[in-house]
Design a protein around this ligand. Sequence first.
Ligand SMILES: *Cc1c(COP(=O)(O)O)cnc(C)c1O
Length: 458
Amino acid sequence: MNTPNAEWRDLDALHHLHPFTNHASLRAAGARVIVKADGPYIYDSEGHRILDGMAGLWTTNVGYGRRELADAARDQILELPFYNTFFKTTHPPVVALSQKLAEIAPPHINQVFYGSSGSESNDTAIRLIRHYWALKGEPSRRVIISRKNAYHGSTIAAGSMGGMGHVHQHSYPVYEGFRHVMDPCWFDEGNDGESLDEFGIRAARAIEDEILAVGPENVAAFAGELVQGAGGVKIAPNTYWPEVQRIVDKYGILLLADEVITGFGRLGTWFASDHYGIKPNLITFAKAVTSGYLPLSGLLIDDRIVEALLAHDDDFNHGYTFSGHPVACAVALKNLEIMERERLLPRVTDYAAPALARMLGKFKDHPLVGEVRSVGMMGAMELVADKKTRRRFENPGRVGLICRDHFFREGFIMRAVFDTMVCAPPLIWADSEFEEAERVIGKALDLTLADVAGEIAA
Ligand SMILES: *Cc1c(COP(=O)(O)O)cnc(C)c1O
């Protein structure tokens, strides 16, 4: 492991193709080599300490360097490193975790189907939704309505359910049976003079319009992230989710909540469905269930769907070798135990979420910033050419990357989604981390402003 930095970079370029990456530009610049992490910080091979404002990739909710999680993995590897759950077999870690998840999930949800990634579990959801309607004798119900800018993963099915054009472009072709309606982000979609509440209702009604256009007898489900994460931390107004619930109830269609980011405390509740007071039939989770220490995902399934499965003496022909992997389950259990013991959920509500909102709020008058927004421990800053009219820069993504690079050089990670700067810190941030982030953001925004000053509206 003592290979010098330049050599890691060269070997990486020779042998490793990265996800969601422009390979020509990565080859030109070389990857940054991250060698270790502790608490809220990561460290690169040149010895820089970097404050991780993205919690890995929306994952590391309890922070890095937790010895207890390492011990849980080690103990389970020695006890039972792997056994499958296909052939009427089970094992203690998967049983214990399933019981725990049923306890913290909304009351009408009591069963879990596991995978190893959010994409996989959304594929499970897509299959199960269509299978459910077939079992119910309504096989014409196949259409799943989701939203533009949604991210549900990168397999072909989950990518088709997602609403990102650049993902669809590489799906050859996008699966049929998915319809995408407007997302509930006021900054992009709101009309001047329209209140947030009015906008929330209008955005939800777009789902009803689509149901009527497709024919309610053909619609199986509506799927959405409770807060669109990869799409740019797009936060729905408070009127949106209750209206969505009313609409799915009215037409009897299933509601799939993709909580791959919002699950496990990011909004101060176990699931954001609790935060918004909705009752999904299905909840996808992944990322933070293990705080990213090992890959694990799952689909929480409500009693209505489970009863339909139980009423039929037949297989559900679907599953993964690593469904319910014992080591990942053991780490997940320990991770949830840490969250409870350290009271991280109330900590988000009472301290961290208000601190993040306050910190971002300090930049709302900056000449580059068109809007700041946050909910729980997820936040965004819109970089714009004209604050007054919300006009964006030419070549979307260019200024965001300039800004992201300034952040990185100053020792802080925020992600650029085109020109929206997003953050999702671990839930453990204290005053010192918020203060450090504020210093760096101020400096990086000023440096970015200097780079693009000629493009800013007077
Ligand atoms: C990351 C993400 C996924 C996909 O999860 P993978 O583990 O990368 O397959 C799905 N949905 C949402 C909301 C995500 O943020």
